[in-house]
Design a protein around this ligand. Sequence first.
Ligand code: CAA
Length: 388
Amino acid sequence: MIYELTEEQLAVQEAAREFTQKELLPGVIERDRDMKYPAEQVKMMGELGFLGMMVDPKYGGGGMDTMSYVLAMEELSKVDSSASVIVSVNNSLVCWGVEAFGTEEQKQKYLTKLATGEYIGAFCLSEPGAGSDATSQKTTAIDMGDHYLLNGTKNWITNGGTSQIHLVMAQSDVEKGHRGVNAFIVETSWDGVEIGAKEDKMGIRASDTHTIMYTDVKVPKENRIGEDGFGFKFAMKTLAGGRIGIAAQALGIAAGSLELAVKYAQERETFGVPIYKHQAVGFKLADMETEIEAARLLVYRAAQLKDKGLDYTVAGSMAKYYAAEVAMKAATEAVQVHGGYGYVKEYHVERLMRDAKITQIYEGTSEIQQLVISRNLLKKDLYESVMF
Ligand code: CAA
């Protein structure tokens, strides 16, 4: 192995694996079917420290590195991506965003509760008309002196109905375009915050996804994150790390799909032999394993760059782009290996296939990752020393 894991990282991986088997696997099919939020499991994950893994212990977090977080995400996502997306959004978008850019007061007031799971957070950037095109924010936050007045609608918000804290991006000065956007910490109990209907989704059905409406919500000035106009950069910088978490989720879905496919291919016999002995199946498994290992290297590399304090934006986009594509392919192939059994819920692979799809969409679609990667290629002085 190129990547060497420390004892602490291995312990986190083992704890996440044990939790997944004991607490997430039982009932995962039913929660998916009934769109039932895993409230008990989220509570336990808070107690075990999975909701504020990277947060400084002085704010109640685990003080772990990104690599440990990625290992935990991978394990949880082998079985239950509805649960792991809650972990991902709370850790790498909400906790990280507040810890990296918030004031000491904001950290004391909010991060301490978010890190332990007492509060759950949501990241509110997407709008009905601003998904990939995130600079087109229509939600407004008008400066009223001692507070901002927030109005607008946010879409597809993970943890939308179950969170106490929203990080909301809103336009404060249309003339300035994306440089007029601000980011705010909004408490969901405030007047004017309305939670819309829960989305009935293809996958990650037990996670809680809502439209949110803000009508004349008074946001105190001290709840703005960073300088005036920092909101869009805040969102981009935060998403750059979030994408590593989703990349790890995709990796977990792919790895879970492979585990199930290998197990089934040994048990199921056709034409007198276990089906893995047929090249048609064996070669599929070989491709899955090879692609998953390549995805794992990209995901771990992005995490390690972040841990070393190096630039990880493009590495995170590559990891998310590739791991999401691998997840979709591996889950689809796992269904194929299972044949008719793969098409029914009992065998888990059809859920993994539905869950895989979202990893190509949220926190930046595969095409947005390609855009980030290709723009970086073109802007860099990469080719100054080439021989052609
Ligand atoms: N770090 C810091 N700043 C960044 C940045 C980064 N990684 N990426 C872009 N910026 C800055 C740019 O420097 C620029 O600022 P200046 O003009 O001051 O230099 C500004 O942001 C705008 O950038 P671009 O000119 O490149 O803007 P664009 O419109 O051409 O492209 C984009 C931007 C990359 C496409 C961006 O809109 C994007 O990432 N879109 C996808 C949005 C997304 O990922 N949404 C996910 C929703 S959250 C979610 O899914 C959470 C959930 O619940 C699971």
